[in-house]
Write a protein that binds this ligand. Sequence first.
Ligand code: FES
Length: 148
Amino acid sequence: MTSSSHPPAVATLPLDTTLVWDHPGVSTPEKSALRLVAVDDLGASQVTVVEGTPHGAMAVGISAGKPFAVSNRCRHLFASLGEGQMTTEGCLQCPWHAARYDVGSGRMVRGPQGAFKPLAGVVKATAGAIPLKTFPVELRDGAIWLVG
Ligand code: FES
């Protein structure tokens, strides 16, 4: 018998991402989606806190008709951003000192207001320069789902 430098022939099939694997206990992209919150449960603020996800607590909501999920702690003094509200411009506003975030990038777009307003630029340029974490989500069946 002679040896060959060629690997054995292996049949390959194209990956069909439309298939849903329903074998119990086996993780698939479809099964790994996690339902975070019903849109109807967001209330007037259009954002809420979802605890216990694989990424910890998240602020989850709707901005300009699109779902989003970001890390929940404000970069200023760590307020729970999911207890804030969405602005008419689609920014997430912190409940404590009204810093604002772009939920697509996670970036602070306005520093804290009120007593902290004189420091708004400094906060935005220091702690606020680190964007919130953003997570992939989809709107499906009236709910927001974490898909990654
Ligand atoms: S804790 Fe968010 S702006 Fe101060």
